[in-house]
Design a protein. Structure first.
Length: 368
């Protein structure tokens, strides 16, 4: 079986409906869709016209490249996509549907009517953005560069915006539990992992040699702490990349935790350099399909921290917990492309009350 990446776009009539129909026809005529990106909206590329909706998919097939091209051309024709209103010197045109073969494994084909990899991938942000959702570590056979690096280095200034409609019902393969210190992240991760049979990933924070030092002298050890946690998290989540489609995961933290805590622990100059480095690495990481955020009153957090009786946490102040809460809220409120389930944990006791745990389980059950 050959792994094939396709780019699909539409800028005429009901764009979303045409994308959806093309997906149905690809599954009927060529192959099951193994991976599908988010949908993104952007201006037309190379000429001025209607805005496009674009996405990328991964399929697997024994068909030869020429047969894949013939099949995609027939799908385009059936949806009116072969009729172009050409504009601009490079003969770009409006399309009800446009399907391009981006990659066919590592094959390189340079024929008049078929070029693989598809030309100018590295110049097109509207292609790289959705492609990075499903294949960040795929290496371009010609440039020998990973997709996430192509996106990171792309000079295209075209604005590519997340489009909230989704082709398929959500299927959350990777769930991350987030929340303040003492909110019950690890407890809920353990309980859900057992109940829904997801592989759990627990942050081994006690192995971080800077954590206890940080609580004694925050200004001195803040950067060392955040850098070491960030390295550790990227290392763990890189492992998910290779097993993402064979297993389901649930973790008691997300990669975004590094951003959220750095914004309260570091000064403005260090935050800027930290975030620049973070964003470069973040492009290559598979993101959680869902973040469950446990929101809890500060008074309850302090009580939970006292109960677990860790020496290095004894001096955590209300002010520090409030700043963490605020940082989480700012992040979650300003990232609408992330699926977030907010749970008011101050009204629940999911550890000791089975009914409370069932409420959480029932909420996520349709998506797993």
């Amino acid at each position: 079986m050959n792994t094939i990446y396709l780019s699909i776009g539409s800028n005429l009539k009901n764009r979303f409906a045409f994308l959806k129909k093309s997906i149905t026809l690809i599954e009927k005529k060529i192959s099951k869709i193994y991976l599908i990106s988010k949908i993104y909206e952007s201006d037309s590329w190379g000429y001025k016209s209607n805005k496009y909706l674009n996405l990328c998919v991964c399929i697997k097939s024994k068909l030869e490249p020429r047969k894949i091209l013939e099949a995609t051309n027939l799908i385009e024709k059936s949806l009116g996509g072969n009729e172009r209103n050409y504009k601009g010197k490079d003969q770009y045109g409006d399309r009800t549907i446009d399907i391009d073969i981006l990659f066919y494994g590592n094959k390189i084909i340079n024929e008049r009517s078929l070029k693989i990899p598809h030309p100018k991938i590295e110049e097109r942000r509207f292609v790289l953005k959705p492609l990075n959702d499903i294949a960040p570590n795929f290496i371009h056979p010609l440039t020998k560069t990973k997709v996430f690096n192509l996106l990171n280095n792309c000079s295209d200034n075209l604005r590519v915006i997340y489009y909230k409609k989704k082709i398929f019902k959500e299927n959350f393969k990777f769930i991350a539990i987030e929340g303040n210190i003492g909110s019950g992240k690890t407890s809920l991760t353990n309980m859900l992992s057992k109940e829904i049979n997801y592989k759990k990933l627990l942050e081994d924070f006690l192995k971080n040699k800077y954590l206890k030092k940080f609580y004694k002298n925050k200004s001195k050890y803040a950067l060392d702490l955040e850098l070491s946690f960030s390295i550790q998290r990227f290392k763990i989540f890189n492992k998910i990349n290779s097993n993402y489609y064979q297993e389901n995961f649930i973790s008691d933290y997300s990669i975004y935790k590094s951003l959220i805590f750095s914004r309260i622990n570091l000064d403005s100059k260090k935050i800027k350099s930290f975030e620049l480095e973070f964003e470069k690495k973040n492009l290559s990481i598979i993101k959680p399909d869902l973040i469950i955020y446990l929101d809890q009153k500060i008074e309850d957090l302090i009580m939970n921290i006292k109960k677990r009786n860790r020496d290095f946490e004894k001096n955590i102040s209300k002010e520090y917990l409030f700043s963490i809460k605020k940082s989480y809220q700012n992040f979650l409120d300003n990232n609408s492309d992330i699926n977030i389930m907010r749970i008011d944990n101050s009204k629940l006791d999911f550890v000791n009350n089975k009914k409370d745990f069932k409420k959480i389980l029932d909420t996520i059950q349709p998506y797993i």
